[in-house]
Ligand binder design. Sequence first.
Ligand SMILES: [Zn+2]
Length: 469
Amino acid sequence: MTADDTPQGGHVFDLNVGETIDFHGRSVKLIALNEPRDAVRGVIRLPSVVIEIDGERENVPAALYHMPQVVNGVRIGCSVTRGVADALMPYTDVFALDKDARTRCWEPDAPLFGPTSLTYPVDQVWFASMTQLANERTYVDAGELPLNDFPNRHIYHHSGVDIGGYDKAVPLIAPVSGKLIRSGLEWAAGEEHYREAKYDSIVIRDEQGWRHGFAHIDMIEPSLVAGQWIEAGELVGVLGQTGSSGGWAHLHYSMQHVQPSGRYGEADGYPFVLEAYLHEHPGALLACARPHRTAAVGEPVELDGSRSICDGGEIVTHEWQLQNGDSAVGSKTVVTYDREGMYSEILTVTDDRGQTDVDFCVVQVLPPAADPAKTPPTMHAAYYPTNDLKPGQPIAFKVRSFFRGAFESNEAGEELWDFGDGTQAVTCSKGDFAERWHAYNQPGRFIVAVQRTGRNGCAATVRLKVVVG
Ligand SMILES: [Zn+2]
């Protein structure tokens, strides 16, 4: 067999521990699941599986900004493990997983999505804002916090691809060509109403039967009509914070297809959207300090920049600048925090061509119980436009701080902005985004910091990188 028989998105195998399948004449066996839970919230953070391919064993991390890796000649990724799927089951059968883990296999040189890659679905630079990608727990909108009913309230386990951006401005782009089977509340004639229709979402079904759903759309492109054909790359709407967004502005992109269980289930879309971005930006260096971390005071937190991507080259250095003033060299470093807060740690990567890129690791340091005296706010910041910025060009910045539920009484202070070029500004968001405009006089890469401190003295800090050419 050749790579030519690769189905869209790779060969999917759901496996129980101890089970072996045949992939193009090679035996792929699931040896074990690793699903460690964190101390402060008790949820699975960085799951992985041990896979054996023709006798060679390797630990394969599940989703969470990992690209598939080559093990003994097979490119393999793990999109979800049992414990994560079970955490969603009280709500819905999102993954349609009946076994212990879901793997995807490709020949090493096969495209991940298909002969035609996806089109990157947002018109903005990579990691322009915060993200919650594929099984990452929600955190931007205080989703990690036990809001009102600790410990009974379930921590929301997200699925799908959340790409944060500037509210009401970022164009949303059709990732595939296909039939628009739903536009807002309107289903195409003859289509199965497989889920509740929402006014702020659309679903495109591609020719392979995958359903590509966008949600929290501020404005669906008015000319769209359910049932019509859409070409990849067409404008379908504008990014927003509507519906069940949690109040942070983002595209929720759900990619579902028929899984080995026979039911529609969510794919881990990260490898496909990253492939799409690299297709449109060949040679890119993309720092990755994600996913966010959650820890208690005094608990060691491992920051990890090893998921950074260098297309066509090699990363030669990883450097960390920490909020406590320390710096470190190496893809991984360990830090502890002596106070609750939302922190933003800076990763700079350099490749063998001399390019550099920056990303930020959000660390939420939380009390072990719902103690308002020790619970920090959370925050979302974004800017627009993000592409091809020029000196003197006005750029819009937005921020929203979240003091929610039992912690509402902590609401205090203002957002203090440092634009990274020696200028500052102040905003005071309340229940929505606050906005400031700024123009940079010189070209360069600027790191913007926004900070807000609650009544209890706990602060949230978020950062943005802005490249002015
Ligand atoms: Zn989402």
